[in-house]
Design a protein around this ligand. Structure first.
Ligand SMILES: [Fe+2]
Length: 188
């Protein structure tokens, strides 16, 4: 074996979790980074959205995300640790894709439909993550962490449903030809 190669691969070796508890903590750091990244991104989405219901949903989501950051700090606290973030590659990618969607769509119903699409990818990632974290907390018998994680999981599911409703009720139909449809105008 090339000794030089062995040396350099050893230097770059990531810290390896050897227990479920360690992996649980690593995953908490990941979602803590993700929620904090969302706190910075949601105001940009708010500025780019035009539909009032969507703007209100994003505004509420921002307030809720800030609460979820605090809740994660409580989870770390329940484990006797200080909250710490670790870059979440998945959320970083979803956010970048959302920014690209906003750049590549015309302002109005089409961009709004794109913002909902990006937001639902965020929600589904979070639902998967919090579901897994809650399962880990249950297995590890971390009851306080479990309760906190389940509360956030419930909120993420509700946010996802709300976004589906906004898209289904009129936004996607308005986006068909990029402007308000006559049936939507009648409803105004
Ligand atoms: Fe969240």
């Amino acid at each position: 074996m090339d000794p030089k190669k062995t040396k350099s691969s050893k230097q770059e070796e990531p810290k390896v979790a050897t227990t479920l508890k360690e992996f649980f903590i690593d995953s908490l750091k990941d979602i803590y980074w993700a929620e904090n990244a969302l706190v910075k991104t949601l105001p940009k989405m708010f500025d780019q959205a035009t539909d009032q219901k969507l703007k209100t949903a994003i505004k509420n989501h921002l307030a809720q995300t800030k609460e979820q950051v605090v809740r994660l700090e409580q989870v770390f606290d329940s484990l006797g640790m200080k909250a710490e973030g670790k870059k979440c590659l998945a959320m970083d990618g979803i956010i970048k894709e959302g920014e690209e969607i906003m750049e590549e769509t015309a302002e109005g119903p089409v961009r709004d439909a794109g913002i909902i699409a990006a937001s639902q990818k965020v929600e589904h990632y979070e639902i998967a993550t919090y579901g897994t974290l809650a399962a880990f907390a249950k297995t590890l018998n971390e009851r306080t962490a479990l309760d906190l994680l389940l509360k956030t999981l419930g909120e993420e599911k509700k946010s996802d449903c709300l976004l589906s409703t906004i898209a289904d009720t009129n936004l996607n139909s308005q986006a068909v030809d990029g402007k308000l449809q006559s049936k939507d105008l009648n409803a105004i």
